[in-house]
Design a binder for this molecule. Structure first.
Ligand SMILES: *Cc1c(COP(=O)(O)O)cnc(C)c1O
Length: 400
């Protein structure tokens, strides 16, 4: 099909939640590259919004999915599933969690986390502990409970009234948390590095303070690592940057390398609150998704991708900081590992993104003043040099 025919079909039949999309349709990818209908090659510095951690069509992932699909795709969790048990083992053995439950997306994993935090106190007989405190500018998903948890009005407003009992406070403000916690609070839920609002980092001091507060008050600490987890920031899990462990945390995006899967992980003492019938999922933890997850974890852990994310992240940030010295229009470069944002002094991010696209480089933008860069974790210095050169060219147009 031709691009214009696909666009016509889309406009006629697809719900308009994405508006006018970037006018391109990709047909296949390999590594950090994608190809469109006309055979043009692109460099993917967004990785499906932090999903394609291994790049496109990684041979180990493709093989795992093909082999599993040929055996069988779905089997109900009413039966024991080898791939599910093994993926849970890998995640537990490499994290601070003791137990895992698989969902199909980040929002669903977060719903599970919210349910688990609430039922934990219900089962202790503490009927009134159900409030969850989240951070402003956070993003936790698109279901009703997770948009209620999300600290951004733009996602919440059109759907009110939302699931009650979520309260958002400013990031890195421990006093605000102390003022907000009360006898109804059951959990504090935090993205250690906020993704969707433009890569906003929590500080080590803050995260240690939050952990201490939770311990003092007997409330649960939930980390949403849907975006920042799984090597993206240069450590397997973002919490490892802080020397702080959550009681519950969630994963999704990169976990299946593009195949949908989410995970809810918890320490034993919390996980025990779920018993037969309290939670479930038809598709969650199916053999195909878990086979994909196993392949992703194998490559992440054994092919040095986490270390590469740290190394390439530092290289990238250095180069971007050089650009920041050269171009006054850059206000700030921030990030950790390969979760990077460039904030501008003006509303030019969409335009810069489009100019990069014209040069066949894919990046993201947030609120028109932040450029978001989330390349596959397999990226090398040469790839980064290419992106830097393109940004250099594009930003030169804003120099006066
Ligand atoms: C993407 C994202 C989600 C939602 O994940 P979906 O798979 O789209 O439901 C939740 N939390 C964070 C931090 C995310 O980045």
């Amino acid at each position: 099909m031709k691009l214009k025919d696909i666009i016509e079909l889309d406009k006629k039949y697809y719900m308009n939640t994405f508006g006018d999309r970037t006018p391109v349709c990709f047909t296949h990818g390999k590594g950090i590259n994608l190809w469109d209908l006309d055979g043009n090659m692109y460099y993917d510095f967004l990785a499906g919004i932090a999903v394609n951690a291994l790049g496109h069509s990684h041979p180990k992932l493709v093989k795992a999915i093909q082999e599993q699909a040929a055996k069988f795709i779905h089997c109900s969790s009413l039966y024991y599933i080898e791939q599910q048990a093994r993926l849970a083992q890998v995640l537990v053995e490499n994290s601070c969690a003791d137990k895992v439950f698989f969902a199909n997306s980040g929002a669903e994993a977060n719903e599970g986390a919210i349910k688990l935090a609430r039922i934990y106190f219900k089962k202790k007989g503490l009927e009134n502990k159900f409030d969850i405190i989240t951070l402003e500018k956070s993003f936790h998903g698109r279901t009703l409970a997770t948009i209620a948890a999300t600290g951004q009005e733009k996602y919440k407003k059109p759907f009110s009234p939302l699931t009650p009992r979520f309260i958002s406070v400013p990031i890195n403000d421990l006093d605000a948390l102390y003022r907000t916690v009360n006898e109804n609070t059951c959990a504090i839920m935090i993205e250690p590095i906020q993704g969707e609002s433009g890569v906003n980092l929590t500080t080590v001091e803050y995260m240690r303070g939050v952990r201490k507060l939770c311990d003092e008050k007997g409330i649960l600490l939930i980390f949403d690592e849907v975006q920042c987890g799984l090597g993206r920031t240069g450590k397997l899990f973002a919490y490892q940057h802080y020397g702080v462990e959550p009681d519950i945390f969630t994963l999704a995006k990169a976990l299946g390398g593009g195949f949908p899967i989410g995970a809810l992980l918890a320490k034993d003492f919390v996980a025990q609150a779920f018993s037969k019938g309290d939670h479930g999922s038809t598709f969650g933890g199916n053999p195909l998704a878990c086979a994909a997850g196993l392949a992703v974890m194998d490559v992440l852990l054994n092919d040095g991708l986490v270390e590469n994310a740290e190394k390439m992240g530092n290289y990238f940030m250095d180069k971007l900081n050089n650009l920041a010295e050269k171009y006054a229009v850059i206000k700030e470069v921030r990030g950790k590992g390969l979760m990077i944002a460039v904030e501008f002094n003006a509303d030019i991010a969409d335009e810069v993104k489009n100019k990069c696209f014209e040069r066949r480089y894919l990046v993201g933008s947030v609120n028109n003043d932040v450029l978001r860069i989330l390349p596959p974790l397999i990226i090398n210095e040469k790839d980064i040099d290419g992106m830097i050169q393109v940004l250099d060219e594009v930003l030169a147009e804003y120099q006066n």
